[in-house]
Design a protein around this ligand. Structure first.
Ligand code: AMP
Length: 171
């Protein structure tokens, strides 16, 4: 029986002092763990219809594309500024010091499409909140925000309350 927690590696002080980075590469490295994680994420969605799965750069891409294939939806990347080649919309969000922004192609989601947002980790929730704004700017309907794991001590769920927020693992 696969225990997914055993495939998440804690890296102390990465990328800077005081952060415990949740490294999912051991999970991705295991065919069985990747399969199990995909199944668990699909269980979270249940039988809700989804048109587009939006993944957040870069670790959100791995399972967002797998999920999109499995549930018969298209995949949409959200990227850091300047990475997407076509016309984009952009959303700023606050960091501990200063601001950052994320972008999405302007034609990635059609009005009324049913959207699943996915990322590997929900930490403070700023990125997911900005991603939700991008999706709604294009008229997408957010059906669920799902994550491999949520770091509940950082209260990220507060920033995206009102949405269905689900995760395979909680810390
Ligand atoms: P936040 O906006 O604070 O919720 O941060 C979310 C983004 O940062 C996600 O794309 C995560 O991949 C990444 N992230 C934040 N904290 C961690 C962590 N402790 N371990 C791994 N990734 C993290």
């Amino acid at each position: 029986m696969i225990q997914l927690q055993n495939y998440i590696r804690d890296i102390q002080d990465f990328p800077k002092k005081g952060i415990v980075f949740k490294d999912i590469t051991p999970l991705l490295n295991s065919k069985q763990a990747t399969q199990k994680c995909t199944e668990e994420l699909i269980k979270l969605i249940g039988n809700q219809a989804i048109d587009k799965v939006v993944g957040i750069e870069s670790r959100g891409f791995f399972f967002a594309t797998l999920l999109a294939q499995k549930i018969g939806a298209g995949f949409v990347p959200i990227r850091k500024p300047g990475k997407l080649p076509y016309t984009t919309i952009s959303q700023k969000y606050a960091l501990e010091y200063g601001t950052d922004s994320i972008e999405m192609h302007v034609d990635a989601i059609k009005k009324g499409e049913r959207v699943l947002l996915h990322d590997d980790v929900l930490a403070t929730g700023g990125t997911a909140q900005a991603a939700c704004k991008l999706i709604e700017t294009l008229g997408g309907k957010i059906i669920q925000c799902n994550f491999i794991m949520t770091l509940d001590f950082l209260n990220g769920k507060e920033k995206i309350k009102g949405y269905d927020v689900a995760s395979v693992l909680q810390y």
